[in-house]
Design a protein around this ligand. Sequence first.
Ligand SMILES: [Zn+2]
Length: 510
Amino acid sequence: MTSARPRIAILGIHLESNAFAPVSTGEDFRASCYFEGDAMIIEAARPAPAMPAEIPGFIDEMNASGAWKAVPILITATEPGGPADAAFIEETLARMRTLLRAAGPLDAVYVSNHGAMVSTADSDPDGALYALAREAVGPDRPVVATVDLHANISQRMVDNADAIIAYRTNPHVDRRERAAEAAVLMRRLLAGERLEKTFIRMPIAAPTVTLLTARGAYADMIVEGQRHVGADLPVVSVLGSFAFADAPEAGISILTYGKGEKPKRVALDLANFAWAQRERFTVRLTPLDGAVARAVEAGRSGRNSVVCLADVADNPGGGARGNTTDILERLVGEGAQRALLGNFVDAAAAARCHEAGVGAKLRLVLNEGSADAHAKALPVEVEVLAVSDGNVTGRRGMWEGRALRLGASAAVRTGGVTVLVCTRRVQCADPAFFESLGLDVGSFASLTVKSRGHFRAAFDEWYPDEAIVEVDAAGLTSPILERYAWKALRRPVWPLDRETQWTAPRLEDL
Ligand SMILES: [Zn+2]
């Protein structure tokens, strides 16, 4: 049994790793979010905290639900990118261990992580993080975690946590709520309750665009899972997983926590459903030609907010660079008018726009000196419409109320296309990015976003589902999984390998 004022450690590392993207360095983490000790609590209390929303969400619910003592350890996060530098992860875990030991006796640990991290040395650093949390409190005190629904769940994570609670919305607008749910469950576990766990991982590497929660097979799984939640089954987590981590732990997973047979039955039913519905985890994108034609037509129509092109293959939110030129080049080349595009990540171009100043006309070469197979060097004549320091507070969607940093940014016009050029790699998932540069999203005929799906919760006031076109273009996050050289992903896996087989486990074996 625990004290009247339980001491709960809070820690976490957030990274969604795309194995095909450049390494995520310690510098990347430190520049995005790195807080230790009391600095975590101070940041969490700010109006727009520069940290994952789970941390303030957990703290607020714990504060609201009784006495406790927060023991802030360390939280760090960075934008989705390549595998984490192993030295940084080792150093961070060691630092956490030191701080945990110095913290004195603990009653519990709350872990906030993404769950799809790989490092340059390890396919499961999230498992190491959970093992560290378990080590800090021993076998009998609770460890509760929250993860992104794109987490790749390892056996090590399952073994070391009393419960893992996953987001249930994609776009992810329920991060605070899931952390609050973790706090509520923490109170129950601190009172002595214990839950049995059931874990099933499926050989399904679902392309990211098939994992929306507004519609589709995955959405159906979330709804069905929640229908069974009750006193004897407090947690049903359905993980869509993140194939691009190229890890053996990838695959749609179901985790239930509860008592008796019901949690096992619900997990098994969900797994059987996923397998029966596997055809719905296949992708159909719009070819580039057709998509660009829609934007050109929109410009001629005289109407606003006609079509939104989602550049799903170049989504910084999945580790891509945000600098491919396929769509932009075609929009300009075919004379699209009143087209808006963001966020194009090119630090050098943004700096040149700042030097030139508002109103200047200049020739830019996008990706100059940094071109690669997907991101061509593209010369464009531009007029600088506006510049900003890129410090923005999220207005709508996943990042509402969160401090975001695009770095030096500019709005430029080239032909009939207005482009948001920025320095830091951030997916286009908030209208505040455009608004901070004086651009009115609703005054354009088309919008092109470098985002896979999170933009949907941000731009839905102009672009409902039926106005969105997912474009087949080049990049590091194309949902056409056949285009990648997989190394560690467990094969065969659906839908990459059509011959994939799966046999349901027996209820009594779960
Ligand atoms: Zn996610």
